[in-house]
Ligand binder design. Sequence first.
Ligand code: ZN
Length: 157
Amino acid sequence: MDLARPCWFCEKNPLDDEASLPVDMYYVTNVEYNPNFDVSKRTTYRTAKAMVPRCMHCRSVHEHESSLGCGGSAIGGVIGIIGGIAYQVAFMTGEPGSIDLTPAVLGGAIGAGIGTGISYLVGLIQRPSGVKPGGARHDHPDVKRMISRGWLPGESP
Ligand SMILES: [Zn+2]
């Protein structure tokens, strides 16, 4: 336990090394353009990981939120596809005798979006007060310091 560096997300519990959140960062060292008036270019970069201190409790909160998001988009997508098929059957869109998949595809995409939105809101309501969302990792001083030196969040350019 390192009490000097508490969990970044609740600022209350001591950090747990196992629960700390790695943030992938990359730094572009060189960009080589092809001389033959080509758009292709070769980018050389370095990668590093910033570790954002996190406690076990906050890890479980974040894991719950991400599983909620996946579940929400899957359920919403299925409902949307069923809705789209029902719409197609009811209004007979498309050529007579053929199956028009557009309403089902559109319904699935819209449903997945709505489902993700709803589960995000549920996660927001359920999140214990004083716990920052997982996205707040980019606000951590170590990550911010790297960004100010030209590093960017992500695995590669
Ligand atoms: Zn915490």
